[in-house]
Design a protein around this ligand. Structure first.
Ligand code: MF3
Ligand code: CO
Length: 273
């Protein structure tokens, strides 16, 4: 079709009511610098927690350790008090997917997996990262789940570059997970991050018809990419405590997350030491 004909075809097309494009807050280089510091503190908390994870430790002890590292860095938990959330981090064991509340009664055992989600508020900006850790030696099903979920995070991050769409991240994550025979949770998603923990755009872990998926990424966009993956089915439910999200079939769940800045040169992971 010629350029002119294409123009005319488009001009004659009736205007359908269309959702306005999603508005995102692009960060300045100065803001990215602060977010890099916030992200580094998130990574320091993870380092301390990873070293502490072992059979016999309670998730309350992990929470206390996180609080100490945060205080040492002049940072605060972005979770504590968020919609009434009662702890500094989330600790989700085995079939628990996200938002598990640390507790003195919950003691890690050999063979468990524990997903730890850390959100930090530092100089007005948020860093957000989650990792699923093995406790001692874990079984083959758990090992496979952790390996694939981490790989899907890396594949998603790889797509976070200028000119790509958010949907390219979603597709990459889904492809890695489903080709390994595992399941992408639909009920929770990644998100923009900045002065608030949750900003537009939504970052799905599967290709859906959502408006934000068509957003073309630009330098200055900062997003939390966070595949949540289950062994049995994609279905989840929330326990009676109002927070803890578990797989409906009570089989294993995993969660890996980084805060990532889109730069001219490609993705920059902010939540690294
Ligand atoms: N890190 C989670 C997310 O990205 C938020 C934890 S929910 C809270 O959605 F209530 F614990 F803060
Ligand atoms: Co998040």
């Amino acid at each position: 079709m010629s350029k002119l004909k294409r123009h005319l075809a488009r001009a004659r097309r009736p205007r359908l009511p269309q959702a306005p494009p999603v508005r995102v807050h692009l960060k300045t280089p100065r803001e990215i610098r602060i977010m890099r510091e916030a992200g580094r503190i998130v990574a320091r908390v993870h380092q301390a927690l990873q070293e502490a994870v072992r059979p016999g430790i309670s998730t309350e002890e992990l929470d206390r350790l996180a609080a100490e590292v945060l205080a040492r860095h002049g940072a605060r938990s972005a979770f504590l008090g968020y919609r009434g959330y009662p702890a500094h981090i989330c600790t989700s064991i085995n079939e628990e997917l996200v938002h598990g509340i640390p507790s003195r009664q919950r003691v890690l055992a050999e063979g468990d997996i524990v997903s730890i989600d850390v959100g930090v508020l530092y100089r007005g900006f948020v860093g957000d990262s989650a990792w699923t850790y093995p406790v001692g030696t874990i079984g083959p099903e758990a090992r496979h789940l952790l390996e694939i979920t981490e790989r899907s995070l890396r594949a998603g991050i790889e797509q976070a570059r200028p000119g790509n769409r958010i949907r390219d991240i979603s597709r990459a994550v889904q492809q890695v997970v489903e080709s390994a025979g595992l399941h992408v949770v639909r009920a929770y998603t990644g998100h923009g991050v900045g002065r608030n923990m949750h900003e537009p755009p939504q970052v799905l872990n599967y290709v859906g018809g959502d408006r934000d998926g068509s957003l073309i990424m630009e330098p200055g966009l900062v997003i939390a990419i966070e595949p949540m993956v289950q062994v049995g089915t994609p279905e989840t439910e929330t326990l009676a405590d109002g927070w803890t999200v578990v797989s409906k079939d009570r089989r294993l769940s995993a969660h890996f997350e980084h805060t990532v800045a889109v730069t001219e040169k490609g993705p920059e992971i902010l939540t690294l030491p």
